[in-house]
Write a protein that binds this ligand. Structure first.
Ligand SMILES: [Zn+2]
Length: 493
């Protein structure tokens, strides 16, 4: 079929009788034939580019036609004669990948930065976002703005607030724990709160660490009834296998995974149950930190290969995805943000935010905690192991937590995933087709195929040769709207 493109007029006449019979077929409206070649009306062509589809991989010397918000057609450059009337962008020596997702962000973590975040994401080619926790009205504003401006704002999927238990962690008591979660004293309150969020149309739900098993079960049932994915941190009152069997669809930060993988898991579980009674009535955030500090490294240092495999088997059986946020851990462990060259990244922030971040960074000492480093090394090994076993990953960062720059940090996360054992193409999948699948959008988003939404990045260098080339952004296309380098740079002024 594509060979007929050799001559635009061949193509026209081969369809002539077809057109007579079906005069309204789409082709007739969009393609005009002349002696000079094929003309795509109200469209543009990226000519002779290397396309990198996350499933099919690289194909060189291709031309991509974009009309309105979609990829209209893709063909081999040499098999098509184009009319000079077409609007053409030369793609020679460039590469196209789908627009990227950051699948773990928090608009509400630093509200004074939030309004600058959309441009930072776009500038870095992040065309879709998954907000994993914040007050509904606040994060919904960003979602609605994106729906109203699909060509200039990254799409936003929201969980609304984290659903936490009686001892709520992100209660808004200080800058480290802004109000990202809602407290639920009991099952009734949880049901009311969650039904309200579902009525307001959240895109998924997020379970948090202080939920009781009964609360988690209710949350999971509500999610299932309403066809919503349930992500989260495994509640400290439960094992990973229990939460996974009850319907946890994805895990953020590998959180509390190790507690179910250690030889001491039963003993630690008893200890947690007592601690969770919270007899001295400390704050939720303090209680959680206390439990982590008592149990995390103990677990990592006494792992049990049978338990590890049992947990992984359950995650596979229940198709539980992982968003390991490796760059978050690495940044914390190595205190990378204290390096003088990190300043260059901070220049991307608005001046007054940059000053606030520098003050906060300067207040942190230079001491490297070897436990945190060890945990980070373990996380990467666990990602490698899970990947070998066939578990699905999404790239997410937690930006702006941990001084991670919105947008830039997603490229760093892709690099981390690559270094943990994923191939270059698999690392790209974690930020393209995988999140599309997670939200059941895999037939319209996250690939370079005819009919798919044209969220794309044109790169100067091939990311399959070096994964860091995802940063060599020449242009970003959001729903067909092409933003070139100088436009993207202007977003940062
Ligand atoms: Zn988070």
């Amino acid at each position: 079929m594509k060979n007929k493109f050799n001559s635009a007029c061949n193509y026209f006449f081969s369809n002539f009788w077809l057109k007579k019979i079906f005069p309204t077929i789409v082709l007739f409206q969009i393609i005009a034939c002349s002696n000079e070649g094929l003309f795509f009306e109200d469209a543009y062509v990226i000519e002779n580019v290397g396309i990198i589809d996350p499933i099919d991989g690289l194909e060189l010397n291709m031309s991509v036609v974009i009309k309105e918000n979609k990829i209209l057609d893709i063909f081999k450059t040499r098999e098509m004669v184009l009319s000079p009337k077409n609007k053409v962008y030369k793609g020679t020596n460039k590469f196209i990948i789908p627009g990227l997702w950051d699948s773990h962000i928090h608009f509400a973590f630093e509200k004074d930065l939030a309004t600058s975040m959309p441009n930072l994401f776009l500038y870095h080619g992040i065309t879709s976002l998954r907000d994993t926790g914040g007050e509904f009205d606040f994060v919904n504003k960003f979602k609605q703005e994106a729906i109203s401006n699909p060509k200039t704002k990254s799409r936003v999927k929201i969980a609304g607030p984290l659903i936490d238990g009686k001892f709520n962690v992100y209660d808004g008591s200080n800058i480290y724990f802004p109000k990202l979660s809602i407290q639920n004293i009991d099952n009734n309150q949880l049901e009311r709160n969650v039904r309200l969020l579902i009525d307001k149309k959240v895109d998924f739900l997020k379970a948090y660490e202080m939920l009781s098993p009964a609360q988690f079960k209710m949350l999971s049932n509500l999610a299932k009834e309403n066809n919503l994915k349930l992500t989260g941190h495994v509640p400290l009152s439960m094992s990973v296998i229990e939460a996974s069997n009850l319907g946890l669809n994805s895990m953020e930060h590998l959180r509390n995974l190790e507690l179910s993988m250690t030889k001491m898991s039963e003993k630690l579980f008893q200890e947690r149950k007592n601690l969770l009674l919270n007899k001295s009535s400390i704050k939720g955030s303090e209680l959680r930190s206390l439990i982590h500090s008592k149990q995390r490294m103990k677990s990592i240092n006494d792992l049990d290969s049978i338990k590890i495999n049992n947990v992984i088997d359950a995650l596979i059986k229940n198709d539980v995805w992982q968003i390991p946020t490796l760059i978050l851990y690495k940044n914390f462990a190595n205190k990378t943000f204290k390096n003088p060259d990190y300043l260059q990244f901070l220049n991307l922030l608005p001046e007054e935010r940059k000053e606030v971040w520098i003050k906060k960074i300067n207040a942190i000492d230079n001491v490297i905690n070897k436990d945190v480093v060890e945990y980070t090394v373990w996380s990467k090994k666990m990602v490698d192991f899970m990947h070998d076993r066939g578990i699905s990953f999404m790239a997410g960062t937690d930006t702006p937590i941990g001084f991670l720059i919105p947008g830039l940090s997603l490229h760093q996360e892709i690099q981390e995933l690559y270094e943990s054992g994923l191939s270059e193409l698999e690392a790209i999948q974690t930020a393209t087709i995988n999140p599309a699948k997670y939200f059941n959008l895999e037939n319209s988003l996250g690939r370079i195929k005819s009919g798919f939404i044209a969220d794309l990045i044109i790169l100067d260098k091939n990311p399959l040769e070096s994964i860091s080339n995802t940063k060599s952004i020449h242009a970003v296309i959001k729903e067909g709207h092409l933003m070139n380098r100088s436009y993207l740079d202007s977003l940062m002024k």
